[in-house]
Ligand binder design. Structure first.
Ligand code: NAD
Length: 352
């Protein structure tokens, strides 16, 4: 009886038309999250556990990792999760990494600027990058820890000193600025709603706004003149959207009233950017995202703009494209502040 059921089942299965799968599966990637037990680290680690491109997820923090690992490891995806706690285990956490994401450090409290975090976070990023240079010098590095305008230059100096610097592999994560600009633009113009009434819940995905410059206050410069789909906005509306994008982080810090800064939206943004990096590593063509990278599109050594991602990280830093007079003014205004944040990071890395 049982045999005939099995026979029938196998016959009916063999009569089902087979779907064709590509014979070349993308390689499994090892992703490391440094600061994995934090406000950003936890949801970001969960999102990386859900990413089919990740086969191995290594979660590191100075405290609290075992609980996060036990929790996330029960999520039913193929990604293997391993946790490490304490500096003595940092090397093991990093070995063999394809991509390292750094959300380690302290977040802002109301009244603080990102630069106020410098004294603590600069040292944390420096220490973690020293270990990256030693244990996984070829990994792509996504720096989330603030102030990004200074922590990315710090990372570059650490890698230069160690002789491992490859400018194509170092990224400051500015994706949250793009996510905010897209959301505020779509909310104001309703351009994202067309698809919803047409039946697609993903219509916001078609909305895009490049954000250039850096990742703090006026150094965040959304280019609404290049936003797609196009919408007619007045000058006042563009000024208001620009300001809201620049102050988006502060909006969250104030609403959380001392309990931290953006964590959930940052995890979402960090996961989008990490996924783009992995797609690039896997050879997917035309993966373009904004990021704060080594750049020569302005006089500054680091600048956020659109970059094309590839098998070695940054394949091409794309130019700014046509900008409006208002954006030109914003660009001129941000240069001195961004310059001094970059110099502060370089100085710190070489003095301490
Ligand atoms: N790039 C962005 O757009 C963006 C957005 C929001 C927040 N941030 C920044 O991200 C960072 C983290 O924010 P959060 O809200 O997750 O903070 P959090 O305090 O909740 O978490 C930080 C985690 O880092 C860990 N940590 C501290 N020192 C460490 C070290 N040496 N090695 C490993 N882990 C270490 C802590 O134990 C903690 O678990 C902050 O610097 C914040 O300003 C960046």
């Amino acid at each position: 009886m049982m045999r005939s059921i099995l026979k029938n089942a196998s016959r009916s299965l063999s009569s089902v038309p087979r779907r064709k799968y590509s014979s070349v599966l993308p390689p499994g990637r090892k992703v490391v999250v440094l600061g994995a037990a934090g406000g950003i680290g936890q949801p970001l680690s969960l999102l990386m556990k859900l990413n089919p491109l990740v086969s191995s997820l290594s979660l590191y923090d100075i405290a609290g990792t075992p609980g996060v690992v036990a929790d996330i490891s029960h999520v039913s995806t193929r990604t293997e999760v391993v946790g490490y706690m304490g500096e003595e285990n940092l090397g093991k956490a990093l070995e063999g990494a394809d991509l390292v994401i750094i959300p380690a450090g302290v977040p802002r409290k109301p009244g603080m600027t990102r630069d106020d975090l410098f004294n603590i976070n600069a040292g944390i990023v420096k220490g973690l990058c020293t270990a990256i240079a030693k244990y996984c010098p070829h990994a792509l590095v996504n720096v989330i820890s603030n102030p990004v305008n200074s922590t990315v230059p710090i990372a570059s100096e650490v890698f230069k000193k160690a002789g491992t610097y490859d400018e194509r592999r170092l990224f400051g994560v500015t994706t949250l600025d793009v996510v905010r600009a897209k959301t505020f633009y779509a909310g104001k113009t309703k351009v994202g709603d067309a698809g919803i009434s047409g039946g697609s819940i993903n219509s916001y995905k078609a909305v895009n706004v490049p954000v250039v410059g850096g990742h703090a206050g006026i150094t965040i410069l959304p280019l609404f003149s290049q936003a797609t789909p196009k919408a007619n906005l007045s000058d006042e509306e563009i000024i208001a959207l620009t300001k809201r994008t620049q102050d988006g982080g502060t909006e969250v810090v104030e609403a959380k009233a001392g309990k931290g800064s953006a964590t959930l939206s940052m995890a979402y943004a960090g996961a989008i950017f990490a996924d783009a990096c992995l797609q690039g590593l896997n050879g997917v063509p035309n993966v373009v995202k904004c990021s704060f990278v080594q750049s020569n599109i302005t006089e500054l050594p680091f600048f956020a703009s659109k970059v094309r991602l590839g098998k070695n990280g940054v394949e091409e830093v794309l130019g700014l494209g046509p900008v409006s007079d208002y954006e030109k003014q914003g660009l001129q205004a941000l240069i001195p502040e961004l310059k001094s944040s970059i110099e502060k990071g370089i100085k710190f890395a070489n003095q301490s």
